[in-house]
Design a protein around this ligand. Structure first.
Ligand SMILES: Nc1ncnc2c1ncn2[C@@H]1O[C@H](COP(=O)(O)OP(=O)(O)O)[C@@H](O)[C@H]1O
Ligand SMILES: [Mg+2]
Length: 202
C-alpha cells in the first residue's frame, strides 16, 4: 500500500519503503502528447537540479527511476520547518534560519535557484537543514532570480512565522552573507528593488 505524503496540483508524493516517489500527474486539459512531453521535461529538469544541488548541500539525491514521470529520492526523516519552526525555543529558531541562509547562499553561489523557497520545503534532521522540492528550480546566475528566491522566503516568514519574522529574516541574511559577502550584497540590493516594485503595483 502506498502512503501518500502529499497530493499537489502537479504531483502525487508517496512513500515507497525508504524512498519518496514524486509522480507528476497528467492534466486532462492538455493534448496527451504535449502533456507527456511537458511532464517528461519537468521531471528531467527537477532530477538534474536535485543531482547538482546534492553535490553542494544536503539535498536528497535522485535515484534511477523507471518511469519518465517520476523522481525517486530518499525519505528524509525529520522536522518539516513549516510545522515545527514556531514551536522551537527562540535561540534554536534563529540558529536554524542562519543555517538556512548558509545553505541557500551555497546554492546561489553555484547558480542554483530553488524557485519555491518556503519552510514547507525545508527539513531539519540531526541539526542539519535539508532542502527539498526543486520542481520550480532553475540554473541561473542572475541577481534578479536570486533576489526573487530570497523575496519568496521573506514572504513565507511573514505569512507563517510572523511572531519573529523580522529577526528570523535577519538571521537568514547573516547566514546568507557569510557565504559570499559581495555577491550577497548585490542580491539584497536587488531584493530592495523587487520589494519596491511590489509596493508600486499595489
Ligand atoms: N525526500 C523527502 N523526505 C521527506 N519528506 C518529503 C520528501 N520529499 C517530499 N516530502 C514531503 O512531501 C511534501 C511535498 O513534496 P514536494 O517535493 O515539496 O512537492 P510539491 O511540489 O507538491 O510541493 C513535502 O512538503 C514533504 O512534506
Ligand atoms: Mg513543496
Amino acid at each position: 500500500m502506498k502512503k501518500i505524503l502529499s497530493r499537489g496540483a502537479e504531483a502525487l508524493i508517496y512513500l515507497d519503503g525508504e524512498n519518496v516517489v514524486k509522480e507528476r500527474l497528467s492534466k486532462g486539459y492538455r493534448i496527451p502528447e504535449i502533456d507527456r512531453r511537458i511532464i517528461k521535461r519537468r521531471t528531467k529538469s527537477e532530477a538534474k537540479i536535485l543531482k547538482k544541488a546534492s553535490e553542494i548541500v544536503n539535498v536528497p539525491s535522485p535515484k534511477d527511476a523507471k518511469k519518465e514521470n517520476e523522481i525517486i529520492i530518499p525519505y528524509i526523516e525529520g522536522d518539516k520547518l513549516s510545522e515545527t519552526l514556531n514551536s522551537y525555543p527562540e535561540k534554536k529558531q534563529f540558529l536554524v534560519m542562519k543555517n538556512v541562509g548558509k545553505e541557500i547562499g551555497k546554492l546561489h553561489e553555484n547558480g542554483i535557484i530553488h524557485g519555491d523557497l518556503t519552510t514547507s520545503n525545508m527539513i531539519l534532521k540531526d541539526e542539519e537543514i535539508y532542502i527539498i522540492d526543486f520542481g520550480l528550480g532553475s540554473f541561473n546566475g542572475k541577481y534578479e532570480q536570486k533576489g526573487v528566491d530570497v523575496h519568496l522566503l521573506k514572504q513565507a516568514l511573514e505569512a507563517k512565522h510572523f511572531t519573529n519574522h523580522e529577526k528570523l529574516f535577519s538571521c537568514f541574511k547573516e547566514g546568507y552573507e557569510s557565504i559570499n559577502k559581495s555577491e550577497a550584497k548585490k542580491v539584497l540590493e536587488r531584493l530592495n528593488a523587487i520589494e519596491k516594485r511590489g509596493r508600486y503595483r499595489n
